[in-house]
Design a protein around this ligand. Structure first.
Ligand code: GLU
Length: 253
């Protein structure tokens, strides 16, 4: 095992918005198997940063279900709700790259808070990162060379919660994650995350975005599309179907 291989740290980072469905199990297995193939470690992080979407009991159900399919975290599971101080410190470390924004959904025209400052008599509702026109390129292990042009984006939301984009970057760096393996639906978040890594002086992990599982109408399996939960007791046929999906997409031999 080379030095690079022995240092591999992967992760699965589910949001506790419901039980695992086939699509999320595919993402879990893909990251788990990639870590194992590289002789690496595999971590589980519960992404409960968006507290309004958290379903009580879902995090425990996800962890139990992962264990039933043979996957347990190689380090204690971390919860984003217990790490807000890290996100706050990162927001402060962004300094003048971040700006307060007073816009509401009913504000007319594009946001000018990053250019003109807060309008007279208003207070910051959310915090954004100045990123308009920034170009980011990276190599995805499946998709190859990707280039993205960014716009300003939210790092602390008007409801007071930190945004996923900031939390995920802080956590991946803090946990020493070297390899992110996740669904293709997050490909277009990667540019923003790499830009935050650059601003905060973090290393950029390798990325691999695996195809998302779609239902018969072509929609991504998700809670929104009412994807059914997988058998929480670890059904061998389901696991075989997950492996088959990954094999068909060239992610398992
Ligand atoms: N928590 C995100 C989700 O469940 C995944 C984040 C990530 O893997 O970067 O969609």
């Amino acid at each position: 095992m080379g030095q690079e291989a022995s240092q591999y740290v992967g992760r699965f980072a589910p949001s506790p918005t419901g039980p695992l469905h086939f699509g999320s199990l595919v993402a879990a297995v893909a990251s788990y198997e990639d870590a194992r193939e590289h002789g690496g470690r595999w971590l589980v992080r519960i992404e409960d940063v968006d507290e309004g979407r958290t379903v009580p009991g879902a995090a425990d159900a996800i962890l139990k279900c992962l264990a039933a399919y043979g996957m347990t975290s190689d380090a204690p599971v971390v919860y984003q709700t217990q790490r807000k101080h890290l996100y706050q410190a990162a927001l402060e470390a962004l300094g003048t790259h971040a700006f307060g924004c007073a816009c509401t959904r009913s504000s007319p025209g594009p946001c000018r808070c990053g250019i003109d400052g807060l309008p007279e008599g208003t207070v910051a509702r959310s915090w954004k990162v100045r990123a308009d026109g920034v170009r980011i390129s990276f190599t995805d292990r499946i998709h190859g060379e990707i280039e993205e042009t960014l716009s300003d984006f939210v790092v602390r939301r008007a409801d007071g919660y930190f945004a996923y984009q900031l939390a995920v970057v802080v956590d991946d760096a803090d946990q020493g994650v070297t390899d992110v393996v996740r669904g293709e639906d997050l490909l277009d978040s990667t540019g923003r995350q790499i830009y935050l890594q650059q601003l905060l002086g973090y290393r950029t992990p390798r990325y691999m975005h695996i195809p998302v599982v779609r239902n018969e109408s072509g929609d991504k399996l998700s809670k929104q599309t009412h994807a059914p939960a997988v058998d929480p007791n670890g059904d061998p046929a389901t696991l075989a179907a997950v492996h088959d999906f990954l094999r068909r997409h060239g992610r398992l031999s």
